[in-house]
Design a protein around this ligand. Structure first.
Ligand code: PGA
Length: 256
C-alpha cells in the first residue's frame, strides 16, 4: 500500500486582518515547527499572502490561496491568476470550495478550468468536493462526489494527479459544528478513492491524499485521522486559533 504523507490545511476564509494574519502565521509556525512527516499549508486572504509568506519563510509551512482564476491574464476584473499566486509565493490553491460552489455559484466546468490552469502554472491543487444535506439524505453522497471528481479532474494527467489533493467536505458539516462520524467519512473517502482508481489507475488512487473537512476540531480530529482513507484535514474555524490548529496537526502527524 502507498504511504501517504498527511496534509493539513488552514483555510482562514475571509477572516483576520493584516496584523492578526501575521501573528497567527507566526503562532502556527511555532506550534507545529517541530513536527515531521506532515505537510501543513496556510490559506490566508489574498491581500495578506505576501506578508504571511514572509512570516513563514524558512519554516515548514507552505502558502496557499483560497481560489484562483482560470485565465492567465487579461480583462477579468477582481480575479487573480495562477502565475500571480506563484509570484506571491503560493505553492497551493484551493479550488471548488463549497462556499464558492454554493454561495458564489461556481459550476463544475469552471472548477475544472481552474484545476487545469493551476496545475499548468505549477500550483498544487486541493480540489474540494462534497454533498449537501439534502443529497446525503437522498442517498446521493457517493454519486455527487463521483460527479464532482469526474468533471473537476477532466483532462488531468496521472502525472499531474501527484500534485492534486482531494478535500472531502460534506457541505452540511462546514462551519456548522456538525461533523461526519469517522465511519461515515471513511466510507465517503473509500468511495472517492475508488472513483480515482476508475478515473486514473489503482496506483494513482492509492497515492492520492484525501483530506476530511467540516467542523474538524482538536476533540474529533484523532478519531477521523485514524481512518485508513483519511489523509489529513482542511480546517476552517479551528485554523484561526493556533493552539487548536496545532493540536489538529499533531493528531494528523501521529495518526497511522
Ligand atoms: P470548518 O470549515 O472547519 O469551519 O467547518 C472547513 C472548510 O470550509 O474548509
Amino acid at each position: 500500500m502507498a504511504t501517504r504523507i498527511p496534509i493539513v490545511g488552514g483555510n482562514w476564509k475571509m477572516n483576520t486582518n493584516r496584523a492578526s494574519a501575521v501573528a497567527l502565521a507566526r503562532a502556527v509556525s511555532s506550534a507545529v515547527g517541530g513536527l515531521g512527516g506532515i505537510e501543513v499549508v496556510l490559506f490566508p486572504p489574498f491581500p495578506y499572502l505576501l506578508e504571511v509568506g514572509k512570516a513563514i519563510e524558512g519554516s515548514r509551512l507552505a502558502l496557499g490561496a483560497q481560489d484562483v482564476h482560470c485565465e492567465p491574464d487579461g480583462a477579468f476584473t477582481g480575479e487573480v491568476s495562477a502565475s500571480m499566486l506563484r509570484d506571491c509565493g503560493c505553492a497551493w490553491t484551493l479550488i471548488g470550495h463549497s462556499e464558492r460552489r454554493h454561495v458564489i455559484g461556481e459550476g463544475d466546468d469552471l472548477v475544472n478550468r481552474k484545476v487545469l490552469a493551476a496545475l499548468g502554472a505549477g500550483l498544487n491543487v486541493i480540489l474540494c468536493v462534497g454533498e449537501t444535506r439534502g443529497q446525503r439524505e437522498a442517498g446521493q453522497t457517493d454519486a455527487v462526489n463521483q460527479q464532482q471528481l469526474t468533471s473537476g479532474l477532466h483532462g488531468v494527467t496521472r502525472e499531474q494527479m501527484r500534485r492534486v489533493v482531494i478535500a472531502y467536505e460534506p457541505v452540511w458539516a462546514i462551519g456548522t459544528g456538525l461533523t461526519a462520524t469517522p465511519e461515515d467519512a471513511q466510507a465517503a473517502h473509500a468511495a472517492i478513492r475508488g472513483t480515482l482508481g476508475r478515473l486514473f489507475d489503482s496506483a494513482t488512487a492509492g497515492g492520492a491524499r484525501i483530506q476530511y473537512g467540516g467542523s474538524m476540531k482538536p476533540g474529533n480530529a484523532a478519531g477521523l485521522m485514524r481512518m485508513p482513507d483519511i489523509d489529513g484535514g482542511l480546517i476552517g474555524g479551528a485554523s484561526l486559533n493556533a493552539d487548536d490548529f496545532g493540536a489538529i496537526v499533531q493528531a494528523a502527524a501521529h495518526a497511522g
